[in-house]
Design a protein around this ligand. Structure first.
Ligand code: HEM
Ligand code: HEM
Length: 204
């Protein structure tokens, strides 16, 4: 009479809601995901806009300082996030999804994780190698030291190229990633999007 089979309704609420389970992302992964995603997308837009040729120089200087500050915040969040992601359990792929789609999702997630560290690191390298040597502030609170790299126009140009290439590569992968999330939510109507939100999972 009593339905004692709880295995199919096991959720992070039932177990440790902070950690991911076979079905859902835990709160730590969710908070990391949405904080970094919003800041990263804002940084892509800011980086693109501030690099325009017709931007007023005084405004451009301020935008550069904000871009560096937010970039350091992304780096400071992305490093523990990568460690958390590597050490923690991952939700299973949705039932019925093909092998190629599962591999595609895993590769995309791994690339995005790496790029959230590599893009700001390369930005830090640009700011460290610039002969102007403008102090690298995080919102006028902390001064971040330069990376031990050669300071020269040539070195700055090299790292600018690396930073731009990685940033626009990340932008392309983010577009694919968001399109896949929307596809799952609106076309396939599965739980892929909802399991990356704190909403209560279905109890069936
Ligand atoms: C989430 C991290 C970051 C993202 C997504 C990002 C993205 C971008 C993008 C899209 C551009 C425009 C490239 C172009 O079209 O010319 C840019 C430029 C730039 N970024 Fe970042 N960035 C990040 C972090 C950082 C950090 C941490 C620093 C330095 C501490 C930095 C320093 C710069 C500088 C100096 C430029 C201008 C390069 C130039 O054209 O001279 N960025 N960034
Ligand atoms: C509005 C934009 C975004 C949406 C709607 C979105 C949606 C999602 C969803 C639904 C998942 C879970 C996928 C699954 O369960 O298989 C996910 C995972 C993931 N997303 Fe996003 N995402 C967005 C932006 C971003 C951005 C900008 C990044 C990084 C630059 C990112 C990096 C990741 C990573 C690394 C994962 C794997 C889970 C983890 O390790 O935390 N996402 N995303």
């Amino acid at each position: 009479m009593n339905n004692l089979d709880v295995s199919s309704s096991t959720t992070p609420t039932d177990e440790k809601r902070w950690q991911s389970s076979a079905k859902n992302y835990g709160l730590i992964a969710i908070i990391f995901h949405w904080t970094i995603a919003l800041l990263f997308i804002a940084q892509l837009a800011l980086g693109y806009l501030m690099s325009g040729d017709d931007v007023d120089p005084a405004l451009q200087f301020n935008l550069f300082q904000y871009h560096k500050s937010v970039g350091f915040v992304v780096l400071a969040l992305a490093i523990p996030r990568v460690i958390w992601s590597v050490l923690s359990r991952k939700p299973h792929p949705p039932a019925g999804s093909g092998r190629a789609a599962n591999i595609g999702a895993r590769v995309t997630h791994a690339l995005l994780l790496c790029l959230t560290v590599a893009v700001p690191l390369a930005g830090w390298a640009v700011a460290s190698t610039s002969p102007l040597q403008i102090p690298r502030y995080v919102f006028d609170i902390v001064v971040v030291p330069g990376l031990p790299l050669e300071i020269s126009d040539k070195s700055e140009a090299l790292w600018t190229g690396v930073h731009e290439t990685l940033a626009y590569l990340a932008a392309a992968i983010v577009l694919l990633h968001v399109a896949a999330a929307l596809w799952h939510h609106f076309i396939l109507k599965d739980r892929i999007f909802r399991r990356m939100t704190p909403s209560r999972p279905e109890k069936k």
